[in-house]
Design a protein around this ligand. Structure first.
Ligand code: SF4
Length: 209
């Protein structure tokens, strides 16, 4: 896994930009002490370790599901009562943490989105354009699928011998297991509780004010 900036670049930065705008202090204006938004983040009790404070003083995170004592199954029960039983965990379409089941789901149910992720996968092969332009070239090639072959050819219908071998090698505390290969990372993704480890965000919109 290479350095990943998706959550920071595509979620946290735009949210902070919007929050500053709503507060009336667009970057680089200094936000007065005591001026903040309250932001509700949907972390359930079984993933309370993902509940974190915001990293700026002008945003305060609240976790209403934890306040109400709701677990993931309480949420599913509630969604089911509203006729929304099939609500999937939240994540980006082209997330490198998807397991084979999620890739198959996109391929088999949404041809346009499949085309989109296949094209995205091809587009990242040489790494980050900006990093390449500034001399930090990716050594090697980037792929969305763990097998490190183009998504359109990746073995998403079965586990290959090579994947088995790699998995045996990687089976450490942090290594993937068969379940993860199939189902992907168990958690969904939110700006404040990313599926993988969040890179510290170098913030153009005021890290601390
Ligand atoms: S779901 Fe989260 S980890 Fe995956 S690509 Fe999106 S922001 Fe990144």
């Amino acid at each position: 896994m290479t350095r990943r900036q998706c959550t920071g670049e595509y979620k946290i930065k735009p949210i902070k930009k919007k929050v500053r705008e709503l507060l009336g202090y667009p970057y680089p204006a200094r936000i007065p002490k005591g001026v903040f938004v309250e932001q509700w983040v949907g972390i359930s009790t079984d993933e309370f370790h993902r509940a974190k404070d915001a990293d700026v003083k002008y945003m305060r995170n609240r976790h209403p599901l934890i306040d109400m004592g709701w677990s993931r199954s309480d949420c599913v029960r509630y969604l089911t009562s509203l006729g929304l039983a099939d609500t999937p965990k939240s994540s980006c379409l082209g997330c490198p943490f998807h397991g084979n089941a999620q890739w198959r789901h996109i391929r088999d149910n949404s041809p346009e989105e499949w085309q989109d992720v296949v094209e995205f996968d091809a587009a990242i092969r040489m790494g980050n354009a900006r990093a390449n332009a500034t001399g930090n070239r990716l050594l090697g090639e980037a792929f969305l699928h763990r097998s490190r072959v183009p998504l359109s050819e990746a073995p998403i219908d079965h586990v290959t011998a090579a994947e088995w071998a790699a998995m045996q090698q990687e089976l450490t505390d942090t290594g993937p297991d068969l379940e993860e290969l199939e189902q992907g990372v168990i958690d969904g993704c939110s700006p404040w509780a990313c599926r993988g480890e969040v890179e510290p965000v170098q913030d153009d919109f005021g890290l601390a004010s």
